[in-house]
Design a protein around this ligand. Structure first.
Ligand SMILES: Cc1cc2nc3c(=O)[nH]c(=O)nc-3n(C[C@H](O)[C@H](O)[C@H](O)COP(=O)(O)OP(=O)(O)OC[C@H]3O[C@@H](n4cnc5c(N)ncnc54)[C@H](O)[C@@H]3O)c2cc1C
Length: 623
């Protein structure tokens, strides 16, 4: 199959093929009987996670750690947070302008203000890592330290989460500090002991604009202030919004109720609106500059308390107070505008015409879409966001590109995983005269060009996690076709683990064609692939046993025999280490965390301490 046909014609047999303009009558209303839906009864070696794994892979060298540059960025971010907190804590704890404020609030003032500064700083940062078009632009234009920097940009979500945790922490500190503040304002207002706090709290009675304590009445309660003042009410709202956003972002919710996570996250609009107006009422006050010149806080405090009646007007004027101006808007204005621009750009890009040139239904409910879009340029391993307005106007789902950059059209393979993917597959299966409209945003993500940087590469895909490797293998096919001399890679080991036999058909033809191409170029050894079937029933096993001696595999029809069960990574790594005793081997995984752990361990175990000998470098995906 496939033979020397170019890769864009490799459509996994037995796939149902729809081409634009040929849709009507092409597809049966129901999936064809060969569609391998639940036919493989799991045996003991069945790994339930295989095949359900989304194929979202962005390479993370050495696991999910961001690397040296990333560490530096994180250290800088942490350093700025520590600096801001310490600087403003000391400032509000010691500055004379806040001497009287501290007389009422104590150190809670410094805790509240220092955390507010850090909140502003992190609110300024939180949107930047999710401006994916901005990141794409940076990725494309940064020529200095290009690859290293590009890789750091792919840690955007890690950074987004880090900043979110900081926001949650500083919100907690800020809220608790202000609860203390409210309590202290209230206590001072009600106090009749003649203390400085009590005297200062009564001052609003004499001059209503120069007050220090925002609680002006003995009847006011803390709850009343919290729910009726602008800072109180906005504080409650943004804290609630933040709690909802953080709790709905847990791994569990994202995996099982993605829409809940996604829509709840849009409370960020309320968060930013609330943040901007939170400080405008200026309830926390300090002494004015003019008043400071006339009324030295330390000296006059004595008079205020002890010589209240006799000396106050002669020796010291009453101190005057003004609000700390609201400044959150200054911090967040630029990123919010940038993000609005990003969303407008997404809408604009989404409106660019996408022509679905081919839709192929593969076994195990995988839909392949081949598309064309003017000016679309991709690199191997990148992904796009797809929207199908017929299903949902708002939902955008990411899919790894399975085509090679050398191809005219680009393609994705969509595996049924939930509501949206089920519905898009159903939509394309319905016999409608016109293809459903598809909108595409992207491509995004760093190219997996690192694979080509290694002399030897081990590519491991689980289930639909094969998609980025399809792109890589296709690109290799083109490189061979064009006799590309720049290709550094001398050997590729490709491992594909699938739960059911049908899944292999997704890229069967690709493998067959590569096999043939390599043989013709005299480089039959270039690609070694191993297909592992982790779920099967007795009929498949019996069939394989009966046809054990045939030249081709009974499951895939390929030269290499399908292996039943999971790979023995120790054996695989030992074999690679023996075959390439002095090479640097890149190990690339697109699959679940459990598999990542196994591979990372094997990389460690089989790497030689001698720098001249074999070394395995693990590149993990980010889900
Ligand atoms: C970078 C990347 C590349 C991917 N490439 C492929 C691919 O090539 N082929 C493929 O079949 N699948 C791929 N996926 C997974 C695919 O995006 C999800 O299967 C799909 O979005 C599921 O949507 P659903 O509503 O049908 O399922 P749901 O039941 O809503 O979700 C199933 C799983 O997909 C995740 N998910 C749902 N919606 C989104 C979304 N909008 N963004 C990110 N994750 C989501 C959920 O967390 C959950 O784990 C990729 C995911 C990412 C992040």
């Amino acid at each position: 199959m496939g033979g020397l046909l170019p890769p864009e014609t490799w459509l996994g047999a037995p796939g149902l093929m729809l081409q634009s303009g040929q849709l009507a009558g092409c597809l049966p209303a129901h999936p064809a009987p060969w569609v391998a839906e639940g036919h493989a009864r799991p045996l003991s070696l069945h790994a339930p996670w295989l095949g359900d794994t989304p194929g979202q892979c962005q390479w993370r060298p050495n696991g999910s750690r961001p690397g040296f540059l990333g560490d530096c960025c994180q250290a800088a971010w942490l350093g700025i947070n520590i600096f801001l907190f310490t600087y403003y804590f000391l400032f509000f704890d010691q500055d004379e302008r806040y001497f009287y404020t501290r007389a009422i609030l104590g150190s809670a003032l410094a805790w509240a203000r220092a955390s507010a500064k850090c909140l502003n700083f992190n609110s300024m940062l939180i949107l930047l890592p999710v401006c994916r078009n901005l990141l794409s632009f940076l990725r494309g234009t940064c020529s200095c330290c290009r690859r290293t920097l590009r890789k750091q940009l792919d840690h955007n979500l890690t950074f987004h989460k880090l900043v979110a945790y900081a926001l949650a922490l500083f919100t907690a500190v800020h809220t608790i500090a202000h609860l203390f503040n409210l309590e202290r304002y209230n206590d001072s207002q009600q106090a009749t002991d003649g203390s400085l706090a009590a005297v200062l709290s009564k001052m609003h009675l004499q001059n209503s604009n120069k007050w220090l304590n925002p609680i002006h009445s003995n009847q006011t309660t803390v709850e009343y202030v919290a729910f009726t003042t602008i800072p109180g009410l906005t504080g409650v709202i943004i804290t609630l919004a933040l709690i909802l956003m953080v709790t709905s972002s847990t791994e569990f919710i994202r995996r099982n109720y993605f829409e809940v996570f996604w829509y709840t996250h849009h409370l960020f609009i309320i968060y930013f609106a609330g943040l901007v107006i939170h400080g405008i009422a200026g309830l926390v006050r300090g002494q004015t500059e003019d008043s400071m010149e006339e009324v030295h806080p330390q000296r006059c405090a004595e008079y205020l308390v002890h010589n209240h009646k006799e000396c106050r007007h002669e020796c010291c004027k009453n101190p005057e107070f003004s609000s700390i101006p609201a400044e959150s808007w200054k911090w967040v204005l630029a990123p919010v505008l940038l993000y609005i621009f990003e969303r407008i750009l997404r809408v604009w890009r989404a409106r660019q015409k996408v022509v679905v040139t081919k839709a192929v239904m593969h076994p195990a409910r995988v839909l392949e879409l081949q598309m064309q879009k003017k000016g679309f340029r991709m690199e191997v391993g990148q992904y796009i966001f797809v929207n199908c307005p017929a299903i949902s106007l708002l939902e955008w789902h990411p899919f790894t590109l399975t085509s090679a950059p050398e191809e005219e059209s680009f393609s994705i393979h969509i595996r049924a995983a939930g509501d949206w993917t089920e519905r898009i597959i159903d939509t394309f299966q319905q016999q409608k005269p016109e293809m459903p409209r598809i909108e595409v945003d992207g491509p995004f993500g760093t190219a997996s060009e690192d694979v080509f940087q290694y002399e030897v590469a081990m590519l491991v895909g689980a289930g639909i996690g094969v998609t980025p490797f399809a792109s890589i293998l296709k690109s290799i096919w083109y490189k061979f076709q064009q006799a590309d001399q720049t290709l550094k890679t001398k050997k590729i080991y490709f491992y594909w683990l699938c739960r059911d036999t049908g899944a292999f058909a997704w890229f069967n033809d690709l493998l067959a064609s590569l096999e043939q191409k390599m043989a013709e170029s005299g480089k039959a050894d270039f690609l070694t692939y191993r297909l592992f079937l982790t779920g099967w029933d007795s009929s498949i096993a019996n069939n394989a046993a009966v046809h054990h001696d045939t030249a081709t595999d009974t499951v895939t029809g390929l030269r290499h025999k399908t292996i039943f069960g999971r790979p023995m990574w120790n054996t695989e790594f030992s074999a690679v280490a023996t075959a390439h005793p002095r090479s640097v081997v890149g190990v690339f995984l697109c699959g679940p965390g459990a598999l990542a752990k196994d591979l990372q361990k094997s990389c460690h175990q089989h790497s030689s301490l001698d720098p001249r000998k074999v070394k395995f470098y693990f590149n993990k995906e980010n889900f």
